[in-house]
Ligand binder design. Sequence first.
Ligand code: ADP
Length: 519
Amino acid sequence: MDEQATSSPGAAKALKVLFLSAEVDPFAKTGGLADVAGSLPKALRRMGHDIRVAMPAYGRIDRERFGLDPIVDPFPIPMGAETRPATIYQSMMGDGVPVYFTGNAHYFDRENIYGYEDDADRFVFYCRAALEMCRRIDWQPDVVHCNDWHTGIVPNWLHTVYAEDAFFKETATAYTIHNLQYQGIYDRHVLRVAGIEEYGFVVHSEVPQNLNEVVDLMARGILFTDVINTVSPTYAEEILTPEFGEGLDPLLRDRQGDLYGILNGIDTEEWNPATDDQIAATYDVDSLERRAENKLALQADVGLPQNSDVPVIGIITRLADQKGLDILEEAIDHILDLDVQFALLGVGERHYHNLFQRVADEYPSKAGITLTFNAPLARKIYAGSDMFLMPSRFEPCGLGQMLSMRYGSVPIVRAVGGLADTVFDYNPRTGEGNGFVFTDYDPWALFAAVVRAVEIYRHTDAWRQVQIRGMHTDFSWENSAQQYVTLYQRALKALHEPRSPVEYQVIEDRPIDREPASE
Ligand code: ADP
């Protein structure tokens, strides 16, 4: 059979991709990384690629519900001078994507996903076990797709301890930055548990993190990987600047030629108001009047007076500085002086828990505040709110604005990162736009955008057009998944290309057997 007969015209060679992510929806989630890991692999599988996901087997994962089965005998993973046993369980995601869970009771039978002193050890262990598993199931990946700092050690390994390993010799890495703010910065101890002591620290004269004194796992991912991308074209540009570069912009500028921006998609089957069985009334773009039922249900759920006329502003977010909550803090009383209601769902920093608790106490009939992680309530807010607020200081991509548009809730956002790539300001003269956008990181700019939205909301026909435009926007993965295939192909090509002169320098003679005083 010739090539044409075995593959559709123009189709790429099917790739074997190991997708590493610390969180994967629906197994364990704190934010957008889990959404991406739970949907992009499915889109790639539908395109014919043999993509498989690996994540840690956290204690909180419901093993019975997801049918986790051990697939190989436990095997030892070197962690410095000692070894620890890894068990691999398997389950499946939709579209036939296998998911491997690397288990170890000591590291993962804990209440939370993150937040432990030995997080570096935990994620180093998970990554090593995922790579070693490939050998045991005799499945040789073309590309290991690493995501965020938790997996930053993998490109480092493939260019050091695994460089001469026949099994991984032809394996390239792609490294996706979902959020540059979380870098995984640890001390020299990590070099030992990762088995790369002999290679030592990396150095870069312009990086303020002093890479020759700390192990910055995000920086290592960026330095050693074959190709890099981030999750929107605008954030890919922004992180080259000191304002958004989190200290790593010099490294990123060095590797600018290998850095791409690929906008996240959403799982449009999982998130579909026409079929969502967790909302009060299903609807589509032709039955938007049915949203009113969801709004009344939401108001009841979060303890607000039921009123279908008053605009409900939804927020679903990690309560972190990144999300623009400090400017919201300054504007919130003014916003609540307007004729609006506010439905907020979020969990995170104590300061913001206190702030929103205060707002709940002061405005019981205007603010419905839920300070937990609650996936079903999130759906009800997307379906029942009229507007969705994201005043982010920075936003690598942002999924909330896409999910809200999918559900007909009109986003009010700051023009930054992926928000700038997906939300376009409503122009009353031309009628164009799918949301309300402000630029300055300033409470009054935020307030003015809310006022504009509330004003247009009163013009029912105009409002409906904005809603419809949002609902018609294509946020499916198909387009972006194709861009990931191109990224993987670039990674494979880069594997055999000489690297441009020294982006990093390994210090081999620095003594690293002394622990720092703080340890
Ligand atoms: P980030 O990844 O920075 O947290 P994104 O907008 O990319 O932000 O993704 C956030 C995802 O997490 C969305 O799916 C959102 O609905 C969900 N989410 C955030 N906070 C909560 C919460 N408290 N309860 C339920 N879902 C949440």
